[in-house]
Design a protein around this ligand. Structure first.
Ligand SMILES: [Zn+2]
Length: 148
């Protein structure tokens, strides 16, 4: 076990545990406010929950729909076939090229949506694994990974 990088202490607490304890304190603050005990309760709660915040698990980022597909590309995928379908009068009369075009457009946008989604998942799993190795120094509060 490595000592704390900032104060060399060897007393640690797991970040997940610090976070869990902080959360229960936060609930206590809520009850304190509704009961009228605003002053002391809030002060203590905020301090604790800030510590818990530091030890919060990584949040999963929201993947963007269609990934980083530029707007003009989405327009190119759907505007020409729309005009083609409109010009043909009905779907049955429309040239197959517009059908293929539209299918390719959907396939492309689907892939562009799915890929960042999968990358997001993988990144989050990795972040959670790293988070699980985090420990908080009991003397100075620095987060580190003392176990190699
Ligand atoms: Zn320390």
């Amino acid at each position: 076990m490595k000592p704390c990088p900032s104060c060399q202490s060897d007393q640690f607490k797991k970040a997940t545990l610090v976070h869990a304890e902080g959360q229960s304190v936060t609930v206590g603050v809520g009850a304190g406010i509704s009961g009228g005990g605003l002053g002391v309760g809030v002060g203590r709660g905020v301090t604790k929950s800030l510590v818990a915040e530091t030890c919060a698990p990584p949040k999963k980022p929201e993947p963007k729909l269609f990934g980083d597909t530029p707007m003009w590309l989405a327009l190119v995928a759907f505007i020409p076939p729309m005009i083609g379908f409109a010009a043909a009068g009905s779907l049955a009369n429309a040239s197959y090229i517009w059908v293929v075009w539209t299918c390719l457009g959907f396939a492309y946008l689907g892939w562009k949506s799915w890929k960042p989604f999968k990358e997001n998942e993988a990144r989050h799993v990795h972040a959670l694994a790293e988070y699980d190795k985090n420990f908080m120094c009991l003397r100075c509060g620095t987060l580190s990974q003392p176990i190699e």
